[in-house]
Design a binder for this molecule. Structure first.
Ligand SMILES: C[S@@+](CC[C@H](N)C(=O)[O-])C[C@H]1O[C@@H](n2cnc3c(N)ncnc32)[C@H](O)[C@@H]1O
Length: 355
């Protein structure tokens, strides 16, 4: 990683970027309104020729005033251009409208994070997810995942699955080169990785570990796919140190899981993995480390996602810097035997063994 080491901006670029931050919540909502009211789409469809305010506002069923303030904001934000009273879309506007990753991130920011984030400073001071009350009354977001109000529920799952889905197939070949017989899928969520493992190897067995409410969802998905005879369930609150894992599996899979916990909690989980895994077994950790991203914007997205953990998820976890994380692996008595960076959009796969 060779970003975040130099300030390359001119003073003029810097003061401009400071204004983007100063007005960030407003420009975020304006961009979302331009997208959701269909204004970006109408402008995009007009192509290079462009479209006037007078033509747009009846099309999108807004008042002339409403469409005008949004279109003008779109110019300043950089989503639109105007020449001879005709609006055309910019490349940034195109991505806000059409790019799946941008849409997933924007909907997650709005539907899951936006309201709660007003109390981010309190979360930092208290080490508690003070913004979570905007969504429901749970100690952490995980107790509420399967019963989140809409649209937060869909936006949370689209965000989670967008990043992990793309990496599962790539990671699977690394897991199965060790021919595991029994995998513990810890933090199994809706059972997506387990389903892929079932399809990959007709002999492999998987035990899913997650909170009871979450395992109900996974169980339905696995029963529907007809894999019940090779799958076991181990409901667990992993935050309770005394809750141990089933012993003897030769592979443990944890994807986008350990980032849900504080440093001390991660060490406790990894020590229990150490205790549970068979002598020659492997522990597969798939995480998104901000320092392992190919592009600065990838690191930026993860640094912002960390604050979702601070304010909404649990108040004490994050998307880690791999240097911080690797010390925890070591502290738990494990060693990394292989590491594959840039798996899918943003993941690193660490393959660990007992020291
Ligand atoms: C971010 S999701 C990752 C899901 C999945 N492994 C993936 O890659 O998409 C984190 C998972 O950890 C589970 N989890 C969070 N806190 C937990 C706890 N205290 N005990 C057990 N599972 C927990 C959640 O229910 C959720 O399924």
């Amino acid at each position: 990683m060779n970003f975040f080491t130099k300030d390359n901006k001119t003073a003029f670029e810097a003061i401009s970027s400071a204004q983007f931050i100063a007005f960030a919540p407003i420009l975020f909502q304006a961009s979302k309104a331009l997208r959701d009211f269909g204004i970006l789409e109408a402008v995009s469809k007009s192509g290079e020729e462009g479209i006037t305010l007078q033509e747009i506002y009846p099309q999108v069923k807004l008042s002339e005033y409403g469409a005008r303030v949004l279109l003008e904001a779109g110019l300043g934000i950089g989503l639109l251009l105007r020449n001879n009273d005709k609006y055309t879309i910019t490349k940034t506007g195109h991505f806000i409208l059409n790019d799946r990753m941008t849409r997933v991130n924007m909907d997650f920011s709005n539907d899951v994070c936006y309201e709660g984030m007003f109390s981010l400073a309190d979360s930092i001071k208290e080490g508690k997810p003070t913004g979570l009350k905007a969504l429901g009354d749970w100690p952490t977001i995980y107790e509420g995942l399967s019963i989140l109000p809409q649209p937060a529920k869909d936006s949370w799952f689209h965000f989670d699955h967008y990043y992990s889905d793309g990496s599962f197939d790539l990671a699977l070949k690394h897991v199965f080169k060790y021919h595991p017989k029994h995998i513990l899928d810890i933090g199994a969520n809706t059972g997506k990785f387990t389903l892929k493992s079932m399809a990959k190897d007709p002999d492999v067995k998987v035990t899913l570990l997650d909170l009871p409410i979450q395992l109900n969802v996974a169980r339905q998905n696995i029963e529907k796919a007809g894999y019940s005879d090779r799958v076991g369930y181990h409901p667990i609150d992993i935050l309770i140190d005394a809750n141990r894992f089933p012993k003897g599996a030769d592979a443990i899979w944890m994807s986008q899981f350990l980032d849900c916990f504080s440093e001390d909690e991660i060490v406790s989980i990894l020590k229990r993995c150490h205790e549970a895994i068979s002598d020659d077994g492997h522990i597969f950790i798939m995480e998104t480390f901000w320092d392992k991203q190919k592009f600065e914007v990838g690191a930026f997205s993860l640094q912002m996602t960390s604050l979702y953990f601070t304010n909404l998820a649990n108040g004490n976890s994050q998307m880690y810097d791999s240097a911080v994380f690797n010390k925890l692996i070591d502290k738990a008595g494990l060693k990394i035997v292989e590491q594959i960076d840039q798996v899918g959009v943003s993941h690193t796969l660490q393959i660990c063994k007992r020291k």
